[in-house]
Ligand binder design. Structure first.
Ligand code: C2E
Ligand code: MG
Ligand code: MG
Ligand code: MG
Length: 289
């Protein structure tokens, strides 16, 4: 139930819970301890080449395993972390953890880390990225930062100078959840993105009649192509969705049809065994996150 909530929308999720307000206060307190208690971890989801079905890159996704409550979705706790002012610590932990882990991989895959708009706007954000690269020894061109259009709501001059500092470091930038929120083509003109990630709302049910998703997919991939950017189709689950996004020109596929996010141990194991080619998974009922 934690999918699709945008920034600041975590209150919607409290309808699942017995006591929304109490739960949130508890989450706040516990999130502060989660890093120190080793309850956070990073999982990895492959990004698959649409042509060859081999892994080209991956996205790091944060997981919180609470000692009593079990798994808490990042769709729930990231907005809370933003709200209570600890996204900076959480985000810095993620960058360091991902760079350190990716440095171990036997295949030099690129790895994407999600960056909250609030974290992005911090004065020292480029320095935090630089530190993570230096202390891990990861090559900057292997690190991609995924940001959403919400970063453009902040101070424009500041945003542009952060972009410039990040490009100078040599990291890559991806525009996440494209097509939702505040989409404006002017962002693409001024910001140095390497990749556009097409939001799963354009992929899901894309082949059903009566929606314009196929046309929108073509338009986005055509635009990205002209701007020399890659496109990722997010949330590809079904065979017909895979066929459509491939036909409509997405260069990379991310979704349960190939793999959900898996633990670092499992992901590393695959790479060590040279399992770079992905097969489609079975029908919907056998899918797992
Ligand atoms: P996102 O960056 O758009 O990540 C993609 C989400 O789609 C992930 O959810 C992923 O598990 C899910 N997904 C991938 N393939 C499929 C599919 O085929 N079907 C469906 N239904 N879902 C699929 P997840 O891991 O729950 O993360 C949710 C959001 O939380 C992310 O959306 C991102 O905005 C945020 N997030 C996750 N990790 C981090 C992090 O380390 N830092 C920050 N700032 N945000 C994070
Ligand atoms: Mg992302
Ligand atoms: Mg996304
Ligand atoms: Mg998202």
């Amino acid at each position: 139930a934690a999918k699709g909530g945008g920034r600041g929308q975590y209150r919607f999720y409290s309808s699942d819970l017995k006591d929304g307000a109490n739960h949130r206060r508890q989450v706040e307190e516990e999130l502060r301890d989660a890093i120190a208690n080793n309850e956070l971890s990073m999982q990895y989801q492959p990004l698959i080449c649409a042509k060859t079905h081999t892994v080209k890159a991956c996205e790091a996704l944060m997981r919180w395993e609470h000692p009593e409550r079990g798994h808490i979705s990042p769709g729930v706790f990231i907005p809370v972390a933003e709200d209570i002012g600890i996204i900076k610590e959480v985000g810095e932990w993620a960058l360091n953890e991902v760079c350190r882990q990716a440095k171990e991989w036997p295949v030099e895959l690129r790895v994407a880390v999600n960056v909250s708009a609030i974290q992005f706007a911090q004065d020292d954000f480029p320095q935090v990225v630089k530190n993570a690269l230096q202390s891990s020894g990861l090559s900057p061109d292997r690190l991609e930062l995924e940001i959403t259009e919400s970063v453009f709501l902040g101070d424009t001059g500041r945003t542009q100078s952060i972009f410039a500092e990040l490009k100078k470091l040599g990291v890559r930038l991806a525009l996440d959840d494209f097509g939702t929120g505040y989409s404006s083509l002017s962002y693409l003109r001024t910001a140095p993105f390497d990749k556009i990630k097409i939001d799963q709302s354009f992929v899901r049910g894309a082949t059903e009649e009566g929606n314009n998703n196929a046309a929108i997919l073509s338009a986005i991939t055509g635009l990205a192509d002209a701007l020399k950017m890659d496109t990722v189709a997010e949330g590809v689950e079904a065979e017909d969705e895979l066929a459509l996004v491939t036909e409509r020109g997405a260069t990379l596929i991310q979704g349960y049809i190939f793999s959900g996010a898996i633990t670092h141990e499992e992901f590393l194991g695959r790479l060590e065994q040279g399992q770079l080619k992905y097969e489609r998974r079975g029908p919907a009922k056998t899918r797992a996150d």
